[in-house]
Design a protein around this ligand. Structure first.
Ligand SMILES: [Zn+2]
Length: 78
């Protein structure tokens, strides 16, 4: 079964027993899936941040500070 990301990442799931995803303990396979989901989430976050960065130069500096990324490649792109 596909693991429930809310249950496994946040420790709770609003759907409870009605949840269509698995609340069973993670095994190697399902743990890999959860990690993949987390990675995808982070990539999407980064994507959103990049879009914001492109839109607002002032935000860009702040974001660079937040994520601690400040290399010239980025500066050129913005
Ligand atoms: Zn759930």
């Amino acid at each position: 079964d596909w693991p429930c990301k809310y249950f496994h990442l946040k420790g709770q799931c609003n759907n409870g027993q009605m949840c269509k995803f698995s609340h069973a303990e993670l095994n190697e396979e399902t743990e890999a899936i959860v990690k993949k989901v987390v990675m995808m989430g982070k990539m999407m976050m980064m994507g959103k941040m990049m879009m914001m960065v492109r839109r607002r130069r002032r935000m860009a500096k702040m974001m660079m500070f937040v994520v601690n990324v400040c290399d010239d490649r980025w500066a050129d792109e913005i």
